[in-house]
Design a protein around this ligand. Structure first.
Ligand code: NAP
Ligand code: ZN
Ligand code: ZN
Length: 362
Protein backbone atom coordinates (compact mmCIF):
# COMPACT_ATOMS: atom_id res chain seq x y z
CA UNK A 1 0.00 0.00 0.00
CA UNK A 2 1.15 3.51 -0.77
CA UNK A 3 0.69 5.42 2.47
CA UNK A 4 1.72 8.79 0.99
CA UNK A 5 -1.40 9.30 -1.10
CA UNK A 6 -5.04 9.64 -0.07
CA UNK A 7 -8.04 9.98 -2.37
CA UNK A 8 -11.26 11.71 -1.32
CA UNK A 9 -14.63 10.02 -1.85
CA UNK A 10 -18.35 10.10 -1.01
CA UNK A 11 -20.28 6.93 -0.25
CA UNK A 12 -21.82 4.49 2.19
CA UNK A 13 -20.32 4.39 5.64
CA UNK A 14 -23.13 2.39 7.27
CA UNK A 15 -25.42 0.06 5.32
CA UNK A 16 -28.23 0.58 7.85
CA UNK A 17 -28.33 4.25 6.77
CA UNK A 18 -27.07 3.80 3.24
CA UNK A 19 -28.96 6.74 1.78
CA UNK A 20 -27.02 9.13 4.04
CA UNK A 21 -23.91 9.41 1.91
CA UNK A 22 -20.79 10.63 3.73
CA UNK A 23 -17.43 11.94 2.68
CA UNK A 24 -14.34 9.87 3.53
CA UNK A 25 -10.78 9.40 2.32
CA UNK A 26 -8.94 6.22 1.45
CA UNK A 27 -5.46 5.05 0.61
CA UNK A 28 -5.29 3.78 -2.98
CA UNK A 29 -3.24 0.77 -4.03
CA UNK A 30 0.32 1.56 -5.15
CA UNK A 31 0.40 2.60 -8.81
CA UNK A 32 1.05 -0.66 -10.64
CA UNK A 33 3.41 -0.62 -13.63
CA UNK A 34 0.43 -1.18 -15.96
CA UNK A 35 -1.92 1.22 -14.18
CA UNK A 36 -3.24 4.64 -15.03
CA UNK A 37 -4.41 7.19 -12.46
CA UNK A 38 -7.06 9.67 -13.40
CA UNK A 39 -8.44 12.73 -11.73
CA UNK A 40 -12.17 12.31 -12.06
CA UNK A 41 -14.27 14.92 -13.82
CA UNK A 42 -17.71 13.25 -13.99
CA UNK A 43 -19.38 9.97 -13.02
CA UNK A 44 -22.75 8.54 -14.08
CA UNK A 45 -25.20 6.95 -11.64
CA UNK A 46 -25.90 3.36 -12.71
CA UNK A 47 -28.72 1.21 -11.30
CA UNK A 48 -25.91 -0.99 -9.95
CA UNK A 49 -24.76 1.86 -7.70
CA UNK A 50 -28.11 1.64 -5.95
CA UNK A 51 -28.05 -2.17 -5.60
CA UNK A 52 -24.50 -2.04 -4.20
CA UNK A 53 -25.07 0.92 -1.87
CA UNK A 54 -28.34 -0.57 -0.58
CA UNK A 55 -26.67 -3.92 0.11
CA UNK A 56 -28.91 -5.81 -2.35
CA UNK A 57 -25.96 -7.96 -3.39
CA UNK A 58 -24.46 -8.32 0.09
CA UNK A 59 -22.62 -5.96 2.40
CA UNK A 60 -18.98 -6.57 1.65
CA UNK A 61 -17.35 -3.55 3.31
CA UNK A 62 -17.65 0.09 4.27
CA UNK A 63 -16.76 2.78 3.55
CA UNK A 64 -17.83 2.19 -0.04
CA UNK A 65 -17.76 4.69 -2.88
CA UNK A 66 -19.77 3.41 -5.83
CA UNK A 67 -19.81 4.82 -9.39
CA UNK A 68 -18.41 3.13 -12.49
CA UNK A 69 -19.20 5.46 -15.36
CA UNK A 70 -16.11 7.58 -14.97
CA UNK A 71 -14.46 10.20 -17.16
CA UNK A 72 -11.41 12.18 -16.12
CA UNK A 73 -7.90 13.23 -17.07
CA UNK A 74 -4.74 11.15 -16.70
CA UNK A 75 -2.54 12.31 -13.81
CA UNK A 76 -0.06 9.42 -13.52
CA UNK A 77 0.96 6.25 -15.37
CA UNK A 78 3.02 3.17 -14.49
CA UNK A 79 6.29 2.34 -16.36
CA UNK A 80 4.76 -0.26 -18.65
CA UNK A 81 1.76 1.74 -19.87
CA UNK A 82 1.86 2.29 -23.64
CA UNK A 83 3.04 5.93 -23.84
CA UNK A 84 2.22 6.09 -27.55
CA UNK A 85 -1.45 5.49 -26.71
CA UNK A 86 -1.84 7.40 -23.42
CA UNK A 87 -0.41 10.75 -22.31
CA UNK A 88 -0.65 12.75 -19.10
CA UNK A 89 -3.70 15.03 -19.41
CA UNK A 90 -5.58 12.80 -21.89
CA UNK A 91 -9.34 12.57 -21.36
CA UNK A 92 -10.17 8.93 -20.64
CA UNK A 93 -12.90 6.76 -19.17
CA UNK A 94 -13.23 3.76 -16.87
CA UNK A 95 -16.28 1.50 -16.72
CA UNK A 96 -17.37 -1.23 -14.33
CA UNK A 97 -14.12 -3.23 -14.44
CA UNK A 98 -10.57 -2.10 -13.63
CA UNK A 99 -8.57 -5.31 -14.17
CA UNK A 100 -8.64 -9.02 -15.02
CA UNK A 101 -6.00 -11.75 -14.77
CA UNK A 102 -5.13 -11.36 -18.45
CA UNK A 103 -4.19 -14.97 -19.14
CA UNK A 104 -7.01 -17.37 -18.25
CA UNK A 105 -9.12 -19.01 -20.99
CA UNK A 106 -11.80 -16.35 -20.66
CA UNK A 107 -9.37 -13.44 -20.89
CA UNK A 108 -7.63 -15.07 -23.88
CA UNK A 109 -10.95 -15.36 -25.69
CA UNK A 110 -11.91 -11.73 -25.18
CA UNK A 111 -14.31 -12.41 -22.31
CA UNK A 112 -12.38 -10.43 -19.71
CA UNK A 113 -15.60 -9.30 -18.06
CA UNK A 114 -16.20 -12.93 -17.01
CA UNK A 115 -12.64 -13.54 -15.74
CA UNK A 116 -12.80 -15.25 -12.36
CA UNK A 117 -10.15 -12.85 -11.07
CA UNK A 118 -11.87 -9.82 -12.51
CA UNK A 119 -11.51 -6.65 -10.43
CA UNK A 120 -14.70 -4.62 -10.42
CA UNK A 121 -14.45 -0.87 -10.12
CA UNK A 122 -16.17 -1.00 -6.70
CA UNK A 123 -17.31 -3.64 -4.20
CA UNK A 124 -14.57 -6.03 -5.18
CA UNK A 125 -11.38 -7.18 -3.48
CA UNK A 126 -8.33 -7.19 -5.73
CA UNK A 127 -6.60 -10.52 -5.04
CA UNK A 128 -3.21 -9.11 -6.05
CA UNK A 129 -3.00 -6.58 -3.24
CA UNK A 130 -6.10 -7.06 -1.04
CA UNK A 131 -7.41 -3.60 -2.01
CA UNK A 132 -11.12 -3.06 -1.40
CA UNK A 133 -12.03 -1.21 -4.55
CA UNK A 134 -13.58 2.28 -4.53
CA UNK A 135 -15.51 3.74 -7.45
CA UNK A 136 -15.99 7.02 -9.19
CA UNK A 137 -17.75 9.15 -6.57
CA UNK A 138 -14.19 10.07 -5.67
CA UNK A 139 -11.41 12.48 -6.55
CA UNK A 140 -9.25 9.91 -8.40
CA UNK A 141 -9.10 6.28 -9.47
CA UNK A 142 -6.39 3.87 -10.57
CA UNK A 143 -7.10 1.17 -13.15
CA UNK A 144 -5.16 -1.21 -15.37
CA UNK A 145 -4.53 0.59 -18.67
CA UNK A 146 -6.28 -2.25 -20.56
CA UNK A 147 -9.52 -1.05 -18.95
CA UNK A 148 -9.01 2.67 -19.63
CA UNK A 149 -10.60 4.12 -22.78
CA UNK A 150 -9.86 7.19 -24.86
CA UNK A 151 -13.00 9.35 -25.10
CA UNK A 152 -13.90 10.37 -28.67
CA UNK A 153 -13.17 14.06 -29.15
CA UNK A 154 -16.68 14.93 -30.29
CA UNK A 155 -18.24 13.60 -27.07
CA UNK A 156 -18.92 15.68 -23.99
CA UNK A 157 -17.60 13.97 -20.82
CA UNK A 158 -21.07 13.82 -19.22
CA UNK A 159 -22.48 12.16 -22.36
CA UNK A 160 -19.61 9.69 -22.61
CA UNK A 161 -19.71 8.61 -18.95
CA UNK A 162 -23.02 6.64 -18.99
CA UNK A 163 -21.86 4.76 -22.08
CA UNK A 164 -18.98 3.20 -20.14
CA UNK A 165 -21.24 0.88 -18.15
CA UNK A 166 -24.88 1.41 -19.13
CA UNK A 167 -24.15 1.91 -22.83
CA UNK A 168 -21.98 -1.15 -23.30
CA UNK A 169 -24.27 -3.31 -21.15
CA UNK A 170 -27.27 -2.48 -23.35
CA UNK A 171 -25.32 -2.63 -26.60
CA UNK A 172 -23.51 -5.95 -26.18
CA UNK A 173 -26.64 -8.18 -26.22
CA UNK A 174 -27.70 -6.48 -29.47
CA UNK A 175 -24.27 -7.17 -30.92
CA UNK A 176 -24.09 -10.82 -29.82
CA UNK A 177 -27.66 -11.44 -31.06
CA UNK A 178 -26.61 -10.15 -34.50
CA UNK A 179 -29.19 -7.35 -34.56
CA UNK A 180 -29.24 -5.68 -37.98
CA UNK A 181 -31.51 -3.86 -40.43
CA UNK A 182 -35.06 -5.05 -39.84
CA UNK A 183 -34.48 -7.19 -36.72
CA UNK A 184 -37.50 -6.79 -34.44
CA UNK A 185 -36.08 -5.85 -31.04
CA UNK A 186 -37.92 -5.38 -27.74
CA UNK A 187 -36.30 -3.39 -24.95
CA UNK A 188 -37.93 -4.11 -21.59
CA UNK A 189 -37.45 -1.31 -19.06
CA UNK A 190 -37.06 2.29 -20.17
CA UNK A 191 -34.50 3.25 -17.55
CA UNK A 192 -30.87 4.32 -17.78
CA UNK A 193 -29.73 1.29 -19.75
CA UNK A 194 -33.04 0.84 -21.57
CA UNK A 195 -33.04 4.35 -23.00
CA UNK A 196 -29.53 3.84 -24.35
CA UNK A 197 -30.44 0.37 -25.73
CA UNK A 198 -33.35 1.84 -27.71
CA UNK A 199 -30.92 4.28 -29.35
CA UNK A 200 -28.33 1.58 -30.11
CA UNK A 201 -30.95 -0.79 -31.55
CA UNK A 202 -32.24 1.98 -33.85
CA UNK A 203 -28.66 2.79 -34.90
CA UNK A 204 -28.27 -0.85 -35.98
CA UNK A 205 -31.42 -0.55 -38.13
CA UNK A 206 -33.80 -2.54 -35.91
CA UNK A 207 -37.55 -2.10 -35.57
CA UNK A 208 -37.78 -1.29 -31.88
CA UNK A 209 -40.53 -1.89 -29.33
CA UNK A 210 -40.10 -0.20 -25.96
CA UNK A 211 -41.76 -2.14 -23.14
CA UNK A 212 -42.35 -0.26 -19.90
CA UNK A 213 -44.58 -0.87 -16.90
CA UNK A 214 -46.75 2.23 -17.36
CA UNK A 215 -47.54 4.59 -20.23
CA UNK A 216 -45.63 7.46 -18.53
CA UNK A 217 -42.57 7.04 -20.77
CA UNK A 218 -44.43 6.78 -24.09
CA UNK A 219 -43.43 10.21 -25.41
CA UNK A 220 -39.81 9.79 -24.36
CA UNK A 221 -39.55 6.33 -25.92
CA UNK A 222 -40.81 7.74 -29.22
CA UNK A 223 -38.28 10.58 -29.05
CA UNK A 224 -35.55 8.04 -28.40
CA UNK A 225 -36.57 6.31 -31.63
CA UNK A 226 -38.89 3.47 -30.56
CA UNK A 227 -41.33 2.42 -33.30
CA UNK A 228 -43.79 0.79 -30.90
CA UNK A 229 -44.58 0.98 -27.18
CA UNK A 230 -46.22 -1.44 -24.77
CA UNK A 231 -47.27 -0.59 -21.20
CA UNK A 232 -47.30 -3.91 -19.35
CA UNK A 233 -49.41 -2.81 -16.37
CA UNK A 234 -52.55 -2.80 -18.51
CA UNK A 235 -54.28 -6.15 -18.21
CA UNK A 236 -53.74 -8.28 -21.33
CA UNK A 237 -51.49 -5.66 -22.96
CA UNK A 238 -48.89 -8.20 -24.06
CA UNK A 239 -51.37 -10.67 -25.53
CA UNK A 240 -51.91 -8.89 -28.81
CA UNK A 241 -48.17 -8.66 -29.48
CA UNK A 242 -47.36 -12.38 -29.41
CA UNK A 243 -44.60 -13.41 -31.84
CA UNK A 244 -43.85 -9.80 -32.74
CA UNK A 245 -40.15 -9.84 -31.77
CA UNK A 246 -36.94 -11.65 -32.70
CA UNK A 247 -34.78 -10.42 -29.81
CA UNK A 248 -35.65 -9.07 -26.37
CA UNK A 249 -33.19 -7.29 -24.10
CA UNK A 250 -34.42 -7.02 -20.52
CA UNK A 251 -32.91 -4.00 -18.83
CA UNK A 252 -35.05 -3.82 -15.69
CA UNK A 253 -33.46 -3.54 -12.25
CA UNK A 254 -35.62 -6.37 -10.89
CA UNK A 255 -37.86 -9.09 -12.31
CA UNK A 256 -40.49 -8.54 -9.61
CA UNK A 257 -42.88 -6.61 -11.86
CA UNK A 258 -42.20 -8.57 -15.04
CA UNK A 259 -44.17 -11.61 -16.17
CA UNK A 260 -41.35 -13.56 -17.76
CA UNK A 261 -43.55 -16.19 -19.49
CA UNK A 262 -45.69 -13.49 -21.05
CA UNK A 263 -42.59 -11.55 -22.06
CA UNK A 264 -41.23 -14.68 -23.77
CA UNK A 265 -44.50 -15.06 -25.70
CA UNK A 266 -43.59 -11.84 -27.55
CA UNK A 267 -40.79 -13.78 -29.27
CA UNK A 268 -41.01 -15.69 -32.53
CA UNK A 269 -40.16 -19.38 -32.16
CA UNK A 270 -36.36 -19.60 -31.92
CA UNK A 271 -36.15 -16.05 -30.55
CA UNK A 272 -33.68 -14.85 -27.96
CA UNK A 273 -34.19 -13.10 -24.63
CA UNK A 274 -31.09 -11.66 -23.02
CA UNK A 275 -31.24 -10.05 -19.61
CA UNK A 276 -28.75 -7.70 -18.08
CA UNK A 277 -30.90 -7.25 -14.96
CA UNK A 278 -28.73 -7.74 -11.85
CA UNK A 279 -31.54 -8.06 -9.26
CA UNK A 280 -31.31 -8.29 -5.48
CA UNK A 281 -29.44 -11.52 -4.63
CA UNK A 282 -32.54 -13.37 -3.38
CA UNK A 283 -34.52 -12.97 -6.64
CA UNK A 284 -34.94 -16.05 -8.84
CA UNK A 285 -35.78 -16.23 -12.51
CA UNK A 286 -38.29 -19.06 -13.02
CA UNK A 287 -38.59 -20.64 -16.47
CA UNK A 288 -40.83 -23.49 -17.63
CA UNK A 289 -38.81 -26.08 -19.59
CA UNK A 290 -41.68 -26.99 -21.94
CA UNK A 291 -42.30 -23.36 -22.87
CA UNK A 292 -38.62 -23.11 -23.70
CA UNK A 293 -38.28 -26.27 -25.74
CA UNK A 294 -41.54 -26.18 -27.68
CA UNK A 295 -40.82 -22.60 -28.73
CA UNK A 296 -37.05 -23.07 -29.02
CA UNK A 297 -36.43 -19.95 -27.00
CA UNK A 298 -32.91 -18.97 -25.98
CA UNK A 299 -32.62 -17.20 -22.64
CA UNK A 300 -29.31 -15.88 -21.33
CA UNK A 301 -27.52 -13.22 -19.38
CA UNK A 302 -24.97 -10.67 -20.49
CA UNK A 303 -22.38 -8.79 -18.48
CA UNK A 304 -20.96 -5.36 -19.43
CA UNK A 305 -18.50 -5.88 -22.34
CA UNK A 306 -14.85 -6.63 -22.98
CA UNK A 307 -12.39 -3.77 -23.56
CA UNK A 308 -12.62 -4.45 -27.31
CA UNK A 309 -16.44 -4.28 -27.17
CA UNK A 310 -16.26 -0.99 -25.25
CA UNK A 311 -13.91 0.58 -27.79
CA UNK A 312 -16.20 -0.50 -30.62
CA UNK A 313 -19.31 0.81 -28.81
CA UNK A 314 -17.68 4.22 -28.17
CA UNK A 315 -16.74 4.51 -31.84
CA UNK A 316 -20.26 3.60 -32.95
CA UNK A 317 -21.85 6.02 -30.47
CA UNK A 318 -19.55 8.79 -31.70
CA UNK A 319 -20.29 8.07 -35.39
CA UNK A 320 -24.06 7.64 -34.95
CA UNK A 321 -24.36 10.50 -32.47
CA UNK A 322 -25.87 8.34 -29.73
CA UNK A 323 -26.39 10.50 -26.66
CA UNK A 324 -27.66 9.39 -23.26
CA UNK A 325 -30.14 11.86 -21.77
CA UNK A 326 -28.33 13.15 -18.72
CA UNK A 327 -29.19 15.21 -15.65
CA UNK A 328 -26.06 16.81 -14.25
CA UNK A 329 -25.76 17.30 -10.48
CA UNK A 330 -22.84 18.67 -8.45
CA UNK A 331 -21.26 16.00 -6.30
CA UNK A 332 -21.67 16.44 -2.53
CA UNK A 333 -22.92 14.33 0.39
CA UNK A 334 -26.34 15.93 0.16
CA UNK A 335 -26.71 15.56 -3.61
CA UNK A 336 -25.52 11.93 -3.66
CA UNK A 337 -28.12 11.11 -0.97
CA UNK A 338 -30.80 13.00 -2.90
CA UNK A 339 -30.00 11.36 -6.25
CA UNK A 340 -30.01 7.89 -4.67
CA UNK A 341 -33.47 8.56 -3.25
CA UNK A 342 -34.65 9.73 -6.68
CA UNK A 343 -33.26 6.56 -8.27
CA UNK A 344 -35.17 4.46 -5.72
CA UNK A 345 -38.32 6.44 -6.57
CA UNK A 346 -37.79 6.01 -10.33
CA UNK A 347 -37.47 9.78 -10.62
CA UNK A 348 -34.78 9.91 -13.32
CA UNK A 349 -34.86 10.91 -17.03
CA UNK A 350 -32.65 8.98 -17.73
CA UNK A 351 -29.15 9.14 -16.24
CA UNK A 352 -27.84 11.28 -13.41
CA UNK A 353 -24.24 12.35 -13.86
CA UNK A 354 -22.25 13.86 -11.00
CA UNK A 355 -19.93 16.73 -11.88
CA UNK A 356 -18.37 19.68 -10.02
CA UNK A 357 -15.54 17.42 -8.81
CA UNK A 358 -12.85 20.12 -8.94
CA UNK A 359 -14.87 22.36 -6.66
CA UNK A 360 -15.88 19.66 -4.15
CA UNK A 361 -12.66 17.66 -3.90
CA UNK A 362 -10.20 20.60 -3.98
N1 NAP B 1 -25.37 -7.15 -16.56
C1 NAP B 1 -24.57 -6.13 -16.39
O1 NAP B 1 -23.41 -6.15 -16.77
C2 NAP B 1 -25.10 -4.88 -15.78
C3 NAP B 1 -24.39 -3.68 -15.91
C4 NAP B 1 -24.96 -2.53 -15.41
C5 NAP B 1 -26.18 -2.57 -14.76
N2 NAP B 1 -26.81 -3.76 -14.64
C6 NAP B 1 -28.11 -3.86 -14.00
O2 NAP B 1 -29.09 -3.46 -14.94
C7 NAP B 1 -30.27 -3.06 -14.23
C8 NAP B 1 -30.79 -1.76 -14.79
O3 NAP B 1 -29.87 -0.72 -14.58
P1 NAP B 1 -30.25 0.80 -14.94
O4 NAP B 1 -29.04 1.60 -14.66
O5 NAP B 1 -30.89 0.87 -16.27
O6 NAP B 1 -31.36 1.10 -13.81
P2 NAP B 1 -32.55 2.16 -13.80
O7 NAP B 1 -32.15 3.42 -14.50
O8 NAP B 1 -33.01 2.22 -12.39
O9 NAP B 1 -33.69 1.51 -14.72
C9 NAP B 1 -34.31 0.30 -14.38
C10 NAP B 1 -35.70 0.24 -15.01
O10 NAP B 1 -36.27 -1.01 -14.60
C11 NAP B 1 -37.69 -0.88 -14.49
N3 NAP B 1 -38.05 -1.36 -13.14
C12 NAP B 1 -37.80 -0.77 -11.95
N4 NAP B 1 -38.24 -1.54 -10.93
C13 NAP B 1 -38.78 -2.65 -11.49
C14 NAP B 1 -39.38 -3.82 -10.97
N5 NAP B 1 -39.53 -4.01 -9.64
N6 NAP B 1 -39.81 -4.78 -11.84
C15 NAP B 1 -39.68 -4.60 -13.17
N7 NAP B 1 -39.13 -3.48 -13.73
C16 NAP B 1 -38.67 -2.54 -12.90
C17 NAP B 1 -38.01 0.60 -14.74
O11 NAP B 1 -38.41 0.72 -16.11
P3 NAP B 1 -39.93 1.07 -16.54
O12 NAP B 1 -40.35 2.22 -15.68
O13 NAP B 1 -39.79 1.43 -17.98
O14 NAP B 1 -40.76 -0.15 -16.33
C18 NAP B 1 -36.68 1.29 -14.53
O15 NAP B 1 -36.60 2.49 -15.24
C19 NAP B 1 -29.86 -3.01 -12.75
O16 NAP B 1 -30.26 -4.21 -12.12
C20 NAP B 1 -28.34 -2.96 -12.83
O17 NAP B 1 -27.72 -3.43 -11.65
C21 NAP B 1 -26.30 -4.90 -15.14
ZN1 ZN C 1 -8.74 -14.00 -16.68
ZN1 ZN D 1 -23.27 -0.07 -14.19
Amino acid sequence: MNTEVKFEAVGVVNFDHWKEAKRFSYVPPALDSNAIELKIEVCGVCGSDIHAAAGHWGKLYTPLAVGHEIVGKITAMGDKVDKTKFHIGDRVGVGAQTDSCGDCRRCSRGLQQSCKDSVLTYMSIDKKNGFKTQGGYASHIRANSGFVFKIPENMDSAIAAPLLCGGITGFRPLMTAGVKEGTRVGIVGVGGIGHMSIQFAKALGAEVTAISRSDRKYEDAKKLGADHYIATAKEGSLDKHEESLDVIVMTTSSFSQNDIEKTLSLLMAGGRLIFITAPPADEKLILTPFTMLLNQYHVGGSCIGSPKDIEYMLKLASEKDIKPWVQRVNISEENVSDVWQKMVDGDVRYRYVFDGYDEYFK
